[in-house]
Design a protein around this ligand. Structure first.
Ligand code: H2U
Ligand code: ZN
Length: 347
């Protein structure tokens, strides 16, 4: 293994069935990753012009309550709705389309305009996780909802439209493309061997430790062996759980704690509020038990070398498959080597 990974090689992503190309030799050019600390952006605790701050009026004229913890509302510009008619077309098996039903919501993490997950305390992060759990359960129970996607776009680089820390929930009748790749793989491996991809993977990683960033009694955070983004990570429960609704109080606190540590390490890497898209992949809500699923949270950050140098997934990545030069092992080393106290909160 150690020999193989010194040279250009391909790695298999068992969750999607796809491959990535790893070219460690390209990293022989000097690393200039250390950047000067930029002055911390001045972010007010409350911004009178923010659509998401407590008491403010949103873009469509609705007024937010004076909320003091989390705040959930139906997205004013929702892509999905419950009232699209159930119609489909299928011409020659090639020209296919179907109506899609569902609902989109926005979850503000806290009234504070200036606090991302990395800067929130674990108790408040725990409140966000509780809302994720409630939304997964409530929306998942709706007749026309078979899948609930919870995700966060963080930072302008990821196209986030509002700096007030928040995430979104899109609940719909179809299983979207990325989770359905995983669903297919979980089912296939279980049917063939009776095993769970992530239980097997976790057992391997806990033996190796090369890519593990941190762990507690209930969760592990790691750089997956098959990561395609430079600092891509994953949080996964140590037990074979299908979804976040199955977490007990101790596991929820452990989830909050590992989320805090991972997001702090991210911010500390380039001393910047680290952009990413993250999201939870968990069992569909179609009424079946889906014992094959092992829920997990993905983090896909775009940054490569500094607060301003990003990785572009273009050219070869768009037309062939993802490729990387920083190895997942080196990425894990770098994330492990930064402090676990947030750079703006130290001292
Ligand atoms: P981002 O997570 O990509 O920043 O999107 C924020 C969502 O918030 C976006 O889907 C919604 C947008 O439609 N939104 C409202 O519903 N009301 C508003 O007043 C502002 C933003
Ligand atoms: Zn705000």
């Amino acid at each position: 293994m150690n020999d193989l990974i010194k040279y250009t090689h391909r790695r298999f992503n068992p969750l999607t069935g796809e491959w990535i190309l790893v070219a460690p030799g390209r990293l022989k050019r000097p690393w200039q990753g250390k950047v000067e600390r930029l002055p911390a952006p001045v972010r007010p605790r409350y911004d009178p012009s923010c659509y998401l701050c407590p008491g403010n009026t949103r873009a469509n004229g609705n007024k937010n309550p004076n909320y003091s913890s989390t705040f959930v509302f139906d997205n004013d510009f929702s892509s999905l709705s419950h009232d699209s008619p159930e119609v489909r077309i299928d011409e020659r098996g090639i020209i296919r389309a179907e109506a899609e039903q569902g609902i989109c919501r926005v979850i503000c993490f806290s009234p504070r305009h200036d606090l991302t997950l990395a800067e929130m305390d674990e108790t408040d992060i725990g409140r966000v996780i509780l809302v994720w759990k409630q939304e997964y359960e409530q929306l998942g129970h709706l007749d026309d909802v078979n899948h609930v996607q919870i995700f966060e776009n963080k930072g302008e680089l990821m196209g986030c439209s509002n700096p007030h820390p928040h995430c979104q929930v899109w609940a719909e009748s179809a299983i979207p493309v990325e989770p359905s790749k995983e669903a297919f793989r979980f089912e296939k491996v279980r049917a063939e061997s009776g095993k769970c991809i992530l239980c097997e993977y976790l057992a391997f990683e806990l033996g190796q430790k090369d890519r593990i960033l941190t762990q507690n009694e209930h969760f592990v955070a790691l750089v997956p062996f098959w990561a395609s983004w430079p600092f891509e990570t994953m949080i996964l429960p140590t037990r074979h759980l299908q979804n976040i609704a199955q977490l007990n109080a101790a596991a929820m606190s452990a989830f909050a704690s590992i989320l805090k540590e991972l997001t702090v390490r991210y911010d500390n890497l380039f001393e910047v509020s680290f952009p990413y898209s993250s999201g939870i992949h968990q069992s569909p809500t179609d009424g079946r038990p889906h014992e094959e699923w092992h829920f997990h949270m993905h983090f896909y950050p775009p940054l490569l070398r500094s607060a301003s140098v990003r990785k572009f997934m273009v050219g070869y990545e768009m037309l062939a498959n993802p490729q990387r030069d920083l190895t997942p092992e080196d990425a894990a080393d770098r994330l492990r080597s930064v402090p676990s106290i947030h750079y703006l909160q130290e001292g």
